[in-house]
Design a protein around this ligand. Structure first.
Ligand code: HPA
Length: 271
């Protein structure tokens, strides 16, 4: 793993002149942020040694390194999901590579279903915490202590100061912004109504199929601060007669984009 991370990192570093300090993961329908980066270098995942290849609709599949808010950022336009069949070490490999090329902070985003009835479609939820309900963990297996500790603490990884700052900025611009707990499931089937009711009772406010593996690995490999933002693309309270569908998720994420783009840019400035 160490050699693979180094080969991928060296390849990326050979294409850029300034090292990024902020990593950004852009979820379903939120990839547009990377198009606005200045002096950008875009690298297809398929060109980077040992990177898996993204398959999901709404995910472009490239790494874009460029400037925003006065910082150099490395943005993943499209991510790898466990439900695509990638093993957990592949899903989280880019996190280790982004850390290896210089990232110390992470903004990670996703599309999620709203479990909290006070949320609306289009709300942005700042992740105060997560529940790993994927039934596995990306750190299972032998631990290489050069990459991180055997039992990394995860508590506190979602940085409270960043959340408060983002909440303030979001409110100032009039965005429907909330904080809450994200529960991760494997998917790809959407949840049953009974599952959604159970997740709500467990204390979750939004449900999605990503982010948690990446955040666990970010904590393991030494990323210091994480800001997680869920875009609520559909309500998932278990009360509607119809389940979520992928088109609805992509459309709602696109609609929430204006607030999202501005919030992310402003937060990068404040890092
Ligand atoms: N469930 C799981 N993942 C999701 C959802 C949902 O309702 N919406 C967007 N991603």
């Amino acid at each position: 793993m160490k050699t693979k991370i180094k080969q991928a990192a060296d390849f990326i570093l050979s294409k850029i002149s300034k090292k990024p300090t902020v990593a950004l993961v852009l979820g379903s329908g939120l990839g547009k942020f990377a198009d606005g980066l200045k002096n950008a270098t875009a690298i297809s995942y398929s060109d980077i040694p040992h990177f898996p290849v993204a398959t999901v609709e709404g995910h472009a599949g490239k790494l874009v390194i460029g400037e925003a808010g006065g910082k150099v950022v490395v943005a993943m336009q499209g991510r790898f999901h466990f439900y695509e069949g990638h093993p957990m070490h592949a899903v989280t490999f880019p996190m280790r590579v982004m850390q290896a090329i210089g990232a110390v902070d992470l903004i990670i985003t996703n599309a999620a279903g709203g479990l909290n009835p006070a949320f609306k479609v289009g709300s942005l939820m700042l992740m105060s915490d997560h529940i790993n309900f994927m039934g596995t963990n990306p750190l299972i297996g032998p631990n290489d202590s050069d990459l991180g500790v055997r039992f990394p603490p995860i508590q506190g990884i979602y940085n409270k100061e960043l959340i408060n700052e983002a909440l303030k900025i979001g409110k100032e611009m009039g965005a429907p912004i909330e904080t809450g707990v994200y529960i991760a499931v494997t998917g790809p089937s959407y949840e049953t109504a009974a599952e959604l009711r159970a997740f709500r009772k467990m204390g979750a406010d939004a449900v999605g199929m990503s982010t948690v593996p990446e955040v666990i690995v970010a904590a393991h490999c030494g990323i210091k601060r994480v800001l997680g933002i869920s875009c609520i693309t559909n309500m998932a309270t278990g009360e509607s007669e119809t389940a979520a569908n992928h088109e609805e998720v992509i459309t709602a994420a696109a609609d929430a984009q204006a607030y999202f783009l501005k919030l992310v840019e402003t937060m990068i400035e404040r890092f």
